[in-house]
Design a protein around this ligand. Structure first.
Ligand code: FHF
Ligand code: ZN
Length: 187
């Protein structure tokens, strides 16, 4: 089982590497890793398990955060709005790739945090509002999905990790809370 002790923190060189593509179909080992990553996210969002295991709540995890430099990410965003049960996303992606993105940009009103960063870094992290992503699933099937708003932000945060990019790389040091016109703020 993955716990916080398995997650490397900023300063560790693996977080700055460009991770390697994985073979498709994924090996048994990579399938198991993806399942464990998803289990961590689910545990971290379960109030009882999170407290027992001292887990920080997470909606995404990338293999490099476990010191495994492979292009594997897991995202688990439950649909918060009961009116829109399809609004969340729960997937493990092998070799994900952003095929295209909107011109419109978006950011989380609260800024971002990271399981690999044990400090608050204030500021808007401006990303694409919508993305089209291709990836392979655990069976080796090629998938293509369109994501918007919160789901798109989370997947971009994770794809950044497999490219050695941290969320605060996107924050303007001098003016962290200045936004261009037209940037969608997700509350
Ligand atoms: C998180 N946690 O998941 C953050 C961190 C925007 O690479 O967002 O570092 F647990 C992955 C509901 C809403 C339930 C929010 C992407 C952030 C990715 C993990 N928590 C939440 C929740 C959360 C990071 N990460 C603050 C830990
Ligand atoms: Zn992160």
């Amino acid at each position: 089982m993955i716990t916080m002790d398995d997650i490397i923190r900023e300063g560790h060189p693996t977080l700055r590497e460009v991770a390697k593509e994985v073979p498709i179909p994924p090996t048994e080992e990579d399938v198991k890793l993806g399942e464990e990553m998803m289990e961590f996210l689910k545990n971290s969002q379960d109030p009882v398990k999170a407290e027992e295991l001292h887990l920080r709540g997470g909606v995404g995890l990338a293999a490099p955060q476990l010191d495994i430099s492979k292009r594997i990410i897991a995202v688990h965003v439950p649909s918060l709005d009961p009116e829109k049960p399809d609004s969340g996303i729960s997937t493990v992606m092998y070799n994900p790739k952003i095929l295209s993105h909107s011109v419109q940009q978006a950011c989380l009103g609260e800024g971002e945090g990271c399981l690999s960063v044990d400090r608050e870094v204030p500021g808007y992290v401006v990303r694409a509002a919508r993305i089209t992503v291709s990836y392979y699933d655990a069976e080796g099937n090629k998938q293509k999905i369109r994501l918007k708003n919160y789901n798109a932000i989370v997947v971009q945060h994770e794809i950044d990790h497999i490219n050695g990019v941290m969320f605060y790389d996107h924050i303007d040091e001098k003016t962290p809370f200045t936004l261009d016109d037209g940037v969608l703020v997700i509350e």
